[in-house]
Design a protein around this ligand. Structure first.
Ligand SMILES: [Mg+2]
Length: 203
């Protein structure tokens, strides 16, 4: 794969991942304390554990978490996604530097990813899209990073940091997504920027 590539994660890095996750959880558990749920997920909890942390019974949480995982990439929920602040500027800035842009995500539906990149106005800036098996996202992301010989990965999770580390690729973390700054610091993830535009400026 020719050119100098920068890889960017999608959820939590380019796209705000809160609204869709919280809205679906609240649809499945109507009495859910949404702020608490999201804080738990940002602190590293699984969907199940975050529900339990919100005093949902373990039986109800198990059913809801399973349904949540089945539906989280349905088109009806994906429409809630919005670009994160600075994402479009960040992509434009990278492109102006002569870099090629790879969106690297552990979502399951590549067709929906491409449709969303178009609807959010990102498609013209993105040179390639790769999805990897979420069952072992960091290992599979590392494989793709090596294949593209990427110069860097920008991402919002410890899994992204592991992928970059395994591939020997520079990692730039953002605190705008699935993990809080405190969680990332506690897991030795660094450097961490406020959002993707700050990460790109540092790059
Ligand atoms: Mg992400």
């Amino acid at each position: 794969v020719s050119g100098r590539w920068v890889a960017l994660d999608l959820d939590g890095t380019l796209v705000d991942c809160r609204a869709r996750q919280v809205a679906l959880a609240a649809a499945l558990v109507p009495a859910l304390e949404q702020k608490r749920f999201w804080a738990a997920k940002r602190s590293g909890a699984s969907t199940f554990a975050a529900l339990v942390a919100c005093d949902v019974t373990s039986d109800e949480a198990e059913t809801a978490a399973r349904r949540w995982a089945e539906r989280i990439e349905d088109d009806g929920w994906l429409v809630l996604d919005r670009p994160l602040a600075g994402a479009a500027d960040a992509l434009a800035r990278l492109r102006r530097s002569g870099l090629r842009l790879l969106v690297l995500t552990a979502r399951r539906r590549v067709v929906a990813v491409r449709a969303q990149l178009a609807s959010l106005g990102f498609a013209a800036q993105v040179d390639a899209t790769e999805i990897v098996d979420p069952a072992d996202a960091s290992a599979y992301k590392a494989v793709v990073l090596r294949r593209y010989d990427a110069v860097a990965l920008i991402g919002d999770t410890e899994s992204d940091a592991r992928a970059a580390g395994a591939a020997g690729v520079r990692f730039l973390g953002v605190a705008s997504g699935q993990r809080s700054r405190d969680f990332l610091a506690a897991h030795g993830v660094e450097p961490v920027y406020e959002g993707v535009l700050d990460a790109v400026a540092a790059l």
